[in-house]
Design a protein around this ligand. Structure first.
Ligand SMILES: NC(=O)N[C@@H](CC(=O)O)C(=O)O
Ligand SMILES: [Zn+2]
Ligand SMILES: [Zn+2]
Length: 437
């Protein structure tokens, strides 16, 4: 038997209550926890700290296989644990692409061997992400990886016929298509959000309509075939309006926003630093306000990090040559505290909903996101919201350093993470898996 007693902690930021964990499950919460704790239980004093259900990232790039110079499953999932995550959905744009049962099972195994978080591989929609032929979605769904989320992320499923077929196909196993909504024709050579700043800087613009037109098409397709659509990294005020309309109409759509689109604007491009180059691009202050409001009112369902590590040479260069993407697993919760909790827009229960419960539901994962309740799997994140830290790319646990928050002071630090009852992070640092685990 393994047992942990978390004392003095505040579930969801509410009244302090001890939590007893036995053999991977929450055995008791409240006054009875200490009384029921076996003598050998490991004790953790977490007075004044906040407990949340383990975070679930619906959108992570782990890069392995093929992109190990940026990240491996090991380093990426270790960064996830340090960020408070207990599960991640690993995007399919690896090399080889996660478009068949063999590759998704390889990523699943790498995740299990690393042991930092549960890794749920995402399957590609199209073979080789080429947007032509459907991938072996059924085989991936039936594989050991039990894939339910399918995405060509990094690329848009542009062909409406292919998109329709994909939406139809995943219905048979309750899957979902996670779309990277970007019209490729309207964004050829685009470098940053199309607006006053791009005009001033002389960088090719990326119009909001390139995102919004695809989302509008896709919600109508999802309605037509009666299937489930997830919109990745929504970034504009117009996209929020379309999702609000679609939900009011009863369309089965969920939407995601990234931490960076909740905090940063296209003004950052004035630095010409590719650290701020991301897909979709950073938008205007009005868009930031719209996505904050939409996350608070439930129009946007979840926060996905879109953690996109890149090797230094792809970011330490001029803007035009830089790669799109920024790391995010270790800064997501601090940014949510900064933008949504400290501002009074969301409670800790709301944070648990958008960063744990709903992402697990969208991905049809049963042993995550269940909340801090007796009998639930003991996936628990313990956070100190009062600490303020200056972010420094070199001291993060991800293998890459392309964080846009370097030098920025952000609130909150994850002190501990428990994955199915086993600590993966203690005192803010990762804990290696022991043989007896
Ligand atoms: N977000 C990004 O800017 N980049 C992602 C791809 C993606 O999420 O579209 C990547 O794989 O690097
Ligand atoms: Zn994308
Ligand atoms: Zn992505």
């Amino acid at each position: 038997m393994t047992a942990h007693l978390l004392t003095g902690v505040r579930p969801y930021g509410e009244d302090a209550a001890d939590i007893l964990v036995i053999d991977g499950r929450i055995a008791a919460i409240g006054p009875e926890a200490a009384a029921q704790a076996p003598a050998e239980a490991e004790r953790h004093a977490f007075d004044e700290l906040i407990a949340l259900p383990g975070l679930v990232d619906i959108h992570t790039h782990l890069r392995e296989p093929g992109g190990e110079s940026a990240e491996t499953v090991y380093t990426g999932t270790r960064a996830a644990a340090v960020g408070g995550y207990t599960a991640v959905f690993a995007m399919a744009n690896t090399n080889p692409v996660q478009d068949n049962a063999g590759v998704v099972e390889q990523v699943l195994r790498l995740g299990q061997d690393a042991g930092w978080v549960d890794v749920h591989p995402v399957g590609a929609v199209s073979q080789g992400l080429k947007g032509e032929q459907l991938s072996e979605m059924g085989a991936m769904a039936g594989s050991a990886a039990q894939v339910r989320v399918f995405s060509d992320d990094g690329r848009c499923v542009y062909d409406p016929v292919l998109m329709r077929r994909a939406l139809e196909y995943v219905k048979s196993f309750d899957g979902v298509i996670a779309q990277h909504s970007q019209d490729p024709r309207l964004t050829e050579g685009s470098q940053m959000h199309e607006g006053a700043v791009s005009a001033e800087l002389g960088l090719r613009g990326w119009p909001a309509v390139a995102e919004e037109s695809i989302i509008a098409r896709d919600v109508l397709l999802a309605e037509h075939v009666g299937s489930r659509l997830h919109v990745c990294h929504l970034s504009t005020s117009g996209s929020v309006d379309i999702i609000r309309w679609a939900k009011a109409r009863g369309i089965d759509v969920t939407a995601e926003v990234t931490p960076h689109h909740l905090l940063l604007t296209d003004e950052m491009a004035r630095s010409y630093s590719p650290l701020y180059k991301v897909n979709p691009p950073l938008r205007t202050a009005e868009d930031v306000e719209a996505v904050r409001e939409a996350l608070a009112d439930g129009t946007i369902d979840v926060v996905g990090t879109d953690h996109a590590p890149h090797p230094l040479e792809d970011k330490d260069c001029e803007w035009q040559a830089g790669a799109f993407g920024m790391t995010g697993l270790e800064t997501a919760l601090p940014i949510l505290i900064e933008t949504m909790v400290s501002t009074g827009r969301m409670t800790w229960r709301d944070i648990a909903r958008v960063m744990s419960t709903t992402p697990a539901l969208i991905g049809r994962v049963r042993d995550q996101g269940q909340g801090l309740e007796v009998g639930a799997p003991a996936n628990i994140t313990v956070v100190d919201p009062t600490v303020r830290r200056t972010i420094d790319g070199a001291s993060q646990w991800t293998h890459s350093t392309n964080t846009p928050y370097a030098g920025m002071e952000l609130p909150g630090q994850v002190i501990a993470t428990f994955l199915h009852g086993r600590p993966t992070v203690l005192a803010g640092a990762p804990v290696e898996k022991r043989d007896e685990d």
